[in-house]
Ligand binder design. Structure first.
Ligand code: NAD
Ligand code: UDP
Length: 312
């Protein structure tokens, strides 16, 4: 089995690469390093079943015959997609179309990394897959949210009219080693701040919620979905919901840090609540996460400690 992964040098892409190589697949990775890190793939330099091309997926490309395409390329952190707004729209639209064309050409399976952001600032709670969402189409986050919603429509069109065997994973906040220490998402921010003894930056009053999934659980879910017969979106995430203040307390507890909390302004359109209903993933895939936040944070510590030692 030869697999193409776009966004292979990113957080999720590099873990997915490792898992597929462990299973005996050959993996061809593509990444333009816009938010990814070559260090995430450094352990694979000598692996004969791994090949890599530095490339922007918005430029058409042909990786040769592949049996499966995982389309993960896209900035994913709010500060990064706000830094790269047009690039984010282009990779969600043109990049996804290029990846779908490859799947169509080689009759390959296709999984797209979609997101809970498709639900926007949700009015229904927890979020089920049949909720259509509450998205500001012109706010700052729209570059990500609407790119992902467009991509879902494009994927369904290739499935319906070109018979591509597609899958849509609506991924909720996922964390773990290789989530870049300076990419601005909440868990790397808090872990780096706690380990450095700096104040933890709480945006708003910290009452907004997120539901955090550890990367190993998420990768298991992605692979089960990729091998399933389901073409409509499936939520993948951990349904245990935390306020951001509770998340900060958990980080302080796991690190043993005595950092203070500091309160900063809430980004525009920051969703108030987010929690996946994973009944569909449980029923269709027999999947649910097993690693809870305290355990996942503990498993992530070494990576961030090493980054601090390396002064990243
Ligand atoms: P990441 O930023 O670590 O990885 C994204 C990768 O895509 C990076 O390596 C980046 O360089 C690459 N990339 C971006 N634009 C590209 C382009 N034009 N051409 C080639 N490569 C490009 O983020 P991540 O957390 O690993 O996210 C991976 C995917 O999963 C994204 O599509 C993201 O939207 C989705 N997702 C992630 C989460 C999460 O919590 N981690 C949640 C929902 C959805
Ligand atoms: N957040 C925070 N402090 C930080 C980074 C993020 O309080 O240093 C908040 C952010 O406002 C949001 C939540 O944590 O409410 C999750 O943010 P993240 O950027 O990780 O992901 P999002 O779910 O917003 O895409």
């Amino acid at each position: 089995m030869r697999v193409l992964i776009t966004g292979a040098a990113g957080f999720l892409g590099s873990h997915l690469t490792d898992r597929l190589l462990d299973e005996g697949c050959s993996v061809h990775g593509i990444d333009n390093f816009s938010t990814g890190d070559p260090a995430n793939l450094a352990n694979l330099a000598c692996n004969p079943r791994f090949t890599f091309k530095e490339w922007d997926v918005c430029q058409s490309f042909d990786p040769g015959r592949v049996d499966y395409v995982f389309n993960l390329a896209s900035p994913a952190s709010p500060p990064e997609y706000l830094r790269l707004p047009i690039e984010t729209l282009r990779v969600g639209s043109i990049g996804t179309e290029n990846a779908l064309e490859i799947a169509a050409r080689y009759n390959a399976g296709f999984l797209h990394a979609s997101t809970s952001e498709c639900y926007g600032d949700p009015l229904e709670h927890p979020q089920t897959e049949d909720y259509w969402g509450h998205v500001n189409p012109v706010g700052p986050r729209s570059v990500y949210d609407e790119a992902k919603r467009y991509a879902e429509a494009l994927v369904m069109a290739y499935h319906r009219t070109r018979s591509v065997n597609t899958h849509l994973a609506r991924i909720f906040n996922t964390y773990g080693p290789r989530l870049h220490p300076s990419d601005g998402r909440v868990i790397p921010n808090f872990l780096m701040q706690a380990l450095r003894g700096e104040p933890l930056s709480i945006y708003g009053d910290g009452s907004q919620t997120r539901s955090f999934c550890y990367v190993d659980d998420l990768i298991t879910g992605l692979l089960l979905l990729a091998r399933s017969a389901e073409h409509l979106p499936v939520n993948l995430g951990n349904p245990n919901e935390f306020t951001i203040l509770e998340c900060a307390q958990e980080v302080l507890h796991i690190t043993g840090s005595s950092s203070q909390l500091c309160f900063e302004s809430l980004p525009e359109d920051d969703p108030t609540r987010r929690c996946p209903d994973i009944a569909k993933a449980r029923a269709l895939l027999g999947w649910e996460p097993h690693i809870q936040l305290s355990d996942g944070l503990a498993r992530s510590l070494d990576y961030y400690r090493r980054k601090i030692e390396a002064r990243v």
